[in-house]
Design a protein around this ligand. Structure first.
Ligand code: GTQ
Ligand code: FE2
Length: 349
């Protein structure tokens, strides 16, 4: 690839740069090549978190601090190339949240949007603006920007889910607002299932118009997405790069379910190997079922159910399923598409 020449450094120029830095000035020609690159150059590294290794730390956190004291008992999955930055990619946050039997994570709201992808346990709920939804493994649950939310676990087992938030995007834009609720558990104002009946049945209330950019559906249950994958995989050929892949949508607009985060679920048939693929949207994957391996650039990662791995922007990725496997994934693709920046490349260059 051709590149522009880099300006020579001389003692005279160095002295000049030093001199003007006191006036908050800097020479662009020293930095341009590192900023305007021929293709994405990212400090984000491919990485994997094996659930069997992380789970004991999460349970230890459960002994050390309550959900109430922590507000949210979450272990951040921090990208090794972004130490201290609370990010799994430049634009997205990932964390594993633990809520123990009987605990409540108190109500609050903030401008950051969250998704929950349920990993372990059954029967905890999250409440969004007065309505609870009970969560099961594989469910994709949304907490839209600026909605009140608290979580509770009335079941008898620990409940763990992956939190995906747009925290780094909101930080980039300095657009964070947040407030605590006036009590830990928000009042239930609608019975569970009301949201599903109104918005998740290919029906919408007749005069309802979307007031926000997030999907009105806040739980996309795994039972339904898994059934779609099953039928799809029986009745057609897999996409060479993606296997059988679906995106979660906002039924009112057809757009992604969240304005800042795209989410997907895909089935890889037993023995299937995908062709290399890359896009500018760095992506977090969760292995939901099965086992396999994923090549990211020149690194190979072996995964099984509950493992989480991250693919940096523009890194070639290919998956191979040892057994039939299901992967959930999320990225900042909606943001990039709206800004006209999203690109993909299928197959080898
Ligand atoms: O569950 O409300 O992982 O507000 C980070 C921020 C979870 C939550 C996180 C949050 C939450
Ligand atoms: Fe929150």
């Amino acid at each position: 690839m051709r590149s522009e020449p880099i300006a020579a450094r001389t003692p005279e120029r160095e002295a000049f740069y030093q001199h003007i830095s006191g006036g908050n000035l800097a020479p662009l020609w020293e930095r341009l090549h590192a900023l305007v690159t021929a293709e994405p150059v990212s400090p984000v590294q491919p990485a994997i978190w094996h659930y069997r290794e992380v789970r004991p730390h999460l349970m230890r956190a459960g002994e050390l601090i309550s959900a109430e004291e922590a507000t949210r008992r979450v272990l951040i999955l921090e990208n090794p190339g972004l130490k201290g930055q609370t990010s799994i990619t430049h634009s997205l946050f990932a964390g594993l949240q633990l809520i123990l039997p009987g605990e409540v994570a108190p109500a609050h709201r903030h401008t950051q949007s969250a998704l929950r992808f349920i990993i372990e346990g059954e029967g905890a709920y999250t409440a969004v603006d007065g309505e609870r939804t009970t969560m099961h493994p594989g469910d994709f649950v949304i907490t839209p920007s600026w909605t009140w939310h608290d979580h509770g676990n009335p079941s008898s087992a620990p409940m763990v889910w992956l939190d995906g938030l747009d925290i780094p995007i909101v930080r980039l834009l300095d657009a964070s607002f947040a407030e605590p609720g006036d009590r830990a558990m928000q009042a239930v104002t609608r019975p569970e299932g009301d949201n599903e009946a109104r918005f998740a049945n290919n029906l919408l209330p007749v005069d309802w118009r979307p007031a926000v950019k997030t999907s009105p559906v806040f739980n996309y249950p795994y039972s339904r997405s898994r059934a779609s994958l099953e039928v799809m995989s029986r009745n057609g050929e897999p996409d060479p790069c993606h296997g059988h892949k679906l995106r979660y949508v906002n039924p009112a607009t057809g757009d992604f379910a969240m304005p800042t985060i795209a989410a997907f679920i895909q089935l890889l048939p037993a023995g299937f190997a995908t062709r290399p693929y890359r896009s500018t949207a760095a992506t977090v994957f969760v292995a939901v079922e099965g086992e396999g391996q994923t090549r990211i650039g020149d690194q190979l990662f072996e995964w099984q159910a509950h493992d989480i791995f991250v693919v940096p922007s523009w890194a070639p990725v290919s998956h191979q399923a040892a057994r039939e496997a299901v992967l959930f994934s999320y990225s900042d693709r909606p943001v990039q598409e709206k800004l006209g920046l999203w690109r993909e490349q299928r197959g080898n260059a």
